[in-house]
Design a protein around this ligand. Structure first.
Ligand SMILES: NC(=O)c1ccc[n+]([C@@H]2O[C@H](COP(=O)([O-])OP(=O)(O)OC[C@H]3O[C@@H](n4cnc5c(N)ncnc54)[C@H](O)[C@@H]3O)[C@@H](O)[C@H]2O)c1
Length: 250
């Protein structure tokens, strides 16, 4: 057991959406390394994550934008692990689509997954968090909200909503021992980020805007995730923490 396993997440139950790949897999592994029991919710196969984490990981297939699937998945987590304490709303999509060419279907898909998803997941989770009398909801937005990249108008629109969701939920749940915060990563190296923004020099362009002149890695986000989830962070709520090498100052 690592030293960190004494920090208070041992045997807490965590759900990470979008845990099949990228940041979600790293978040799930980091929480499991703290001693948490972790369930992943994804539409994609999560066997690589399950292999990495081992027995403390429960992979569930569900579409976060489908409330019925989400409700069933949450019930299964609570049933299998005996409750629920931490929710990381990470599943999201960010295809770069020029503003002029964005169709209603493109926009609706982005809003469905990036906004409705965290809304339904939080809605399904809250009764279990309230029953536990303790909870952490961590929403993954994007530093794009503060930078306003011209090639990500629909995406930035969707991620801005996450900050509103965070603030209202923080107010709603503050009296229940539940904190709600947002992490806003800058461009971070994942396979999807490489595919959607890396090909045309996106990493170099973003690096040039940062105070810390290197590409963000998933590992750069982990200490903030654990800080927000830590039992000692119970007075931190409704906040947005920007982890982007200092490209946006706010
Ligand atoms: N990587 C970056 O540069 C970066 C920067 C800022 C914010 N983010 C945000 O971080 C999150 C993860 O990004 P990533 O780079 O790891 O992407 P990723 O594509 O590697 O992972 C996203 C995961 O979400 C899953 N997913 C997609 N739609 C889903 C749905 N409807 N239901 C359930 N699961 C679904 C995918 O299958 C995938 O496993 C996203 O919300 C993204 O917007 C990423």
């Amino acid at each position: 057991m690592s030293d960190r396993a004494t920090t208070g997440l041992t045997r807490r139950v965590a759900v990470v959406t979008g845990a099949a790949d990228g940041l979600g897999r790293e978040f799930a592994a980091a929480l499991a390394a703290e001693g948490a029991l972790v369930a992943g919710i994804d539409v994609a196969d999560q066997s690589a994550t399950a292999e990495r984490i081992g027995g403390a990981f429960l992979p569930l297939t569900a579409d976060v934008s489908d409330p019925a699937q989400v409700t069933a998945a949450m019930a299964e987590v609570a049933d299998r692990f005996g409750g629920l304490h931490v929710v990381v709303n990470n599943a999201g999509v960010y295809p770069p689509i020029p503003f002029e060419q964005t169709t209603p279907d493109d926009l609706r898909r982005m809003l469905r997954i990036n906004v409705e998803g965290p809304f339904y997941v939080s809605q399904a989770a809250v009764p279990y968090l309230r029953a536990a009398g303790w909870g952490r909801i961590v929403n993954i937005a994007s530093a794009a909200v503060f930078v306003g990249p011209p090639d990500l108008v629909a995406y930035t629109t969707s991620k801005a909503a996450i900050i509103g969701l965070t603030r209202s939920l923080a107010t709603l749940l503050g009296g229940d021992g539940i904190t709600v915060n947002t992490i806003a990563p800058g461009l971070t190296r994942t396979a999807t980020a490489e595919r959607s923004t890396g090909a045309d020099g996106g990493f170099a362009r973003v690096r040039a805007t940062q105070r810390i002149p290197r590409t963000g890695e998933p590992a750069d986000l982990i200490s903030t995730l654990l800080y927000v989830c830590d039992p000692g962070s119970g007075f931190l709520t409704g906040q947005t923490l920007n982890i982007d090498g200092g490209s946006a100052l706010h």
